[in-house]
Design a protein around this ligand. Structure first.
Ligand SMILES: Cc1cc2nc3c(=O)[nH]c(=O)nc-3n(C[C@H](O)[C@H](O)[C@H](O)COP(=O)(O)OP(=O)(O)OC[C@H]3O[C@@H](n4cnc5c(N)ncnc54)[C@H](O)[C@@H]3O)c2cc1C
Length: 390
């Protein structure tokens, strides 16, 4: 039997030696440590925190953030990390992404030097985990209009409001809460050791079909007092936050590609081994059509995110390009997950074979960091020059 082709357009050759070495290191951890254990966590809906904490041994925490003990990766390497995490598991990828991308990234970009010195080193060591609390029960896509308030009282800000879908919200040591002050000014307010703060409650959301091995929280803030010095110094409008979200949106595009790669590889190997009618199912034309569609989409996605990372690296990526990449890759990843599930037949319904887990995880990837529609609208506004929303 010939060796199945898992890298159809030789994506590997576009990478530098150090990028390839980092990718291999993350892949070894994900395949050796996470893959054998993750289904158990997923089935029980248990947070795979102990598995995720193993990532602190790799030189990847903090992504592109430089200094303060963070990894200071180039944009392709940072993307490859997300790719490798999601190629094996979406929950670990989200747990890590919220901490390393959203929380560290926000403090790195919008904190003062003193704030970065104060919070980032312990976060880079993953001794203190971060969360990012933007979404609210009544404000999802319309996140610019959060209803949570931060009222200045002497040397404190007093926070009131509700947040929903907050990854790591039940375990985080540092939560960045997005709110508006009395003058309506948007800002980020850092809660340290939140579970010890009076008026703070975080409850894990249950009944979730995707990313079951990471918890998202519903958070209530009732007259929660935090020091005034915990307001992020370099954020005075929602526009400031969009710079952070631009980076993390690129990360989710890479996530989608990794997930599609995982699905393609699972389906390809399965199809080459599974026999029906006396032959491997990979020899049937209808199965080959599905595999070729997956291979073609994967190659297109890999080239797209690689190019996006290079645009980010030289500082010229636009918000339309970031949205287009996230939207395109999420749609193709969703298709890849559906095809993989299908090629595995009944086994595609069982988590033992991993395709079923990726099949549900992709639904979250499709929805967060801007839903499919929101990213279409942002890309549409850029390519036409005409805004179709807000
Ligand atoms: C697993 C998971 C993890 C998450 N983690 C976090 C986190 O850590 N921190 C955080 O702050 N948030 C997090 N989120 C929240 C996520 O960002 C939101 O779910 C997302 O922004 C969409 O908001 P919504 O779910 O309220 O949907 P809604 O905004 O209510 O949208 C519902 C539907 O309406 C469509 N829609 C909305 N507006 C328009 C429009 N103008 N035109 C056309 N269609 C439109 C949407 O595309 C969608 O299909 C997470 C979500 C999930 C599922």
């Amino acid at each position: 039997m010939p060796t199945p082709v898992t890298d159809p357009f030789k994506f590997d050759e576009l990478l530098t030696d150090s990028q390839r070495a980092l990718r291999d290191q993350v892949r070894e951890f994900m395949e050796g440590v996470v893959l054998p254990e993750i289904n158990d966590y997923w089935e029980k809906g248990e947070m795979a925190l102990d598995l995720a904490l193993g990532l602190r041994e790799l030189p990847i925490v903090g992504g592109t953030q430089e200094g303060y003990g963070c990894a200071g990766l180039d944009c392709v390497s940072d993307g490859l990390v997300k790719y490798e995490l999601c190629r094996v598991d979406g929950s670990i990828s989200t747990l890590f992404g919220v901490h390393s991308g959203l929380a560290i990234g926000t403090i790195g970009m919008l904190g003062s030097e003193a704030q970065r010195q104060r919070w980032l080193p312990a976060m880079a060591r993953m001794e203190r985990l971060g969360a990012f609390a933007l979404t609210e029960p009544e404000r999802g896509s319309d996140a610019a209009h959060v209803q949570t308030t931060a009222r200045r009282v002497g040397e404190y800000f007093v926070l009131n409001g509700e947040k929903r879908w907050i990854g790591n919200g039940t375990i985080a040591d540092i939560i960045i809460v997005w709110a508006r002050d009395e003058s309506g000014r948007f800002g980020g307010f850092v809660l340290e050791d939140p579970r010890q703060l009076e008026g703070f409650t975080a409850t894990a959301m249950t009944g979730k079909i995707a990313k079951r091995a990471v918890h998202q929280a519903e958070i209530r803030l009732e007259e929660v007092h935090i020091p005034a010095a915990n307001r992020l110094a370099n954020c005075s409008s929602f526009r400031d936050l969009t710079a952070v979200l631009a980076n993390t949106r690129a990360g989710v595009a890479w996530e989608a590609v990794g997930l599609a790669a995982g699905c393609y590889e699972i389906a390809l190997h399965y199809a080459c081994e599974r026999e029906q009618f006396g032959k491997p199912i990979a020899s049937f034309q209808l199965i080959q059509a599905k595999l070729v569609e997956m291979a073609g989409d994967l190659a297109q996605m890999q080239l797209l995110v690689w190019r996006l990372a290079n645009l980010l690296e030289n500082g010229t990526a636009t918000s339309g390009q970031l949205s287009l990449a996230k939207q395109t890759c999420s749609v193709k990843a969703r298709r890849a997950a559906a095809l993989a599930r299908e090629i595995l037949g009944g086994n595609g319904i069982l988590i033992d074979n991993h395709a079923a887990r990726l099949f549900t995880d992709v639904e979250a990837t499709y929805t967060y960091e801007g839903t499919n529609e929101i990213n279409l609208l942002i890309a549409g506004r850029e390519i036409t020059g005409l805004g179709a929303f807000i």
